[in-house]
Design a protein around this ligand. Structure first.
Ligand SMILES: [Ca+2]
Ligand SMILES: [Ca+2]
Length: 311
């Protein structure tokens, strides 16, 4: 008898004062269970990635300047295309209104594939401007594929008249965004530090957080600020009644690196390849690998990530 009014009051308070972070959110998504196809009308595979991001405020993307898009693009969140649910999307919380996140600057969704670099879609809308992070009473913004008033590249057909909802376009001139390594280094290090290989070399760890500069590039962290170990999820997996070590990580789909997960039984000799590991997921944004040796077979096992710059 007493509890019901109290619960109601809580609900009202929650609506009246949403947390500030909630108010700065952008929920961006496609429509689930709808056909997403490439320009040949073949269903998209897991190599496709969709990014929420912004262009430099003085740059307007058009179909005639596609070759310049990548240089002016700032990705903020990535989502692999999920082939099981036929959708993509995420929840982005704007931390600030500085720079590209100014309330006057627009956000976009750019879809592409490193495997098929000429397949693009770019979606936007004049109303897709970044949320004011000081307005704690605002509701999260919803930027859906269906509400994109401007499809600058590719096609969207809510009625699926031709059997597809979203169709990639074929770009003639331009490449999908890949981080320029020189620009990445220059974005963090001073000229003096850049000239000193003991600080800005790829194998160095100037912030002493255990991640070399190359790994910081690969996992999208700051090379001069201590980063905590990324969340690796459940490090065990059960297969047919046996337990195995499992390594799961988020990849940065714009980083020009190769990721290899290695396993060791003594921390001196490290091994990779299908004699030692099985890759469970390898999408543009996620890598999950397990050891093929059950944990009870050997006293100890270790896994680590090895990163190499792409040639
Ligand atoms: Ca480091
Ligand atoms: Ca760091």
């Amino acid at each position: 008898m007493f509890r019901r009014p109290v619960l109601s009051l809580c609900a009202i308070l929650l609506l009246a004062a949403p947390p500030a972070s909630w108010a700065s959110q952008v929920l961006w998504m496609s429509r689930a269970a709808s056909a997403h196809v490439d320009s040949s009308e073949v269903a998209l595979n897991a190599s496709y990635v969709f990014a929420l991001g912004a262009f430099d405020s003085d740059f307007q993307p058009t179909i005639s300047n596609t070759s310049d898009w990548a240089a002016h693009w700032h990705p903020l969140q990535h989502s692999s295309f999920r082939t099981d649910t036929q959708t993509f999307g995420g929840t982005f919380t704007a931390p600030t209104n500085d720079g590209i996140l100014a309330t006057t600057n627009r956000g976009y969704i750019w879809g592409y594939s490193k495997d098929y670099p000429d397949q693009w879609i770019l979606l936007g809308d004049p109303t897709w401007t970044w949320p004011d992070t000081t307005d704690s009473l605002a509701f999260p913004l919803q930027w859906t594929v269906g509400s994109a008033g401007e499809v600058l590249f590719g096609e969207v057909d809510p009625d699926e008249t031709n059997g597809y909802y979203l169709k990639m376009g074929t770009v003639e001139d331009g490449a999908p965004p890949v981080t320029d390594t020189e620009a990445w280094l220059a974005g963090f290090f001073s000229d003096e530090e850049l000239a000193d290989d003991d600080i800005s070399g790829w194998d160095e760890d100037p912030d002493q957080d255990g991640f070399t500069n190359l790994v910081e590039l690969a996992i999208g962290t700051h090379p001069l600020e201590m980063n905590v170990r990324p969340h690796l999820g459940d490090m065990r997996i059960e297969v047919d009644g046996d337990h195995y070590l499992r390594f799961a990580m988020d990849k940065d789909p714009t980083a020009p690196v190769n990721y290899i997960v290695e396993v060791s039984f003594d921390r001196r000799n490290w091994n990779s390849g299908n004699l030692f590991t099985e890759t469970l997921v390898d999408s543009p944004t996620q890598l999950i690998v397990r050891s093929i040796y059950p944990m009870h077979v050997l006293d100890q096992q270790f896994m680590r990530l090895s990163v190499g710059l792409q040639p």
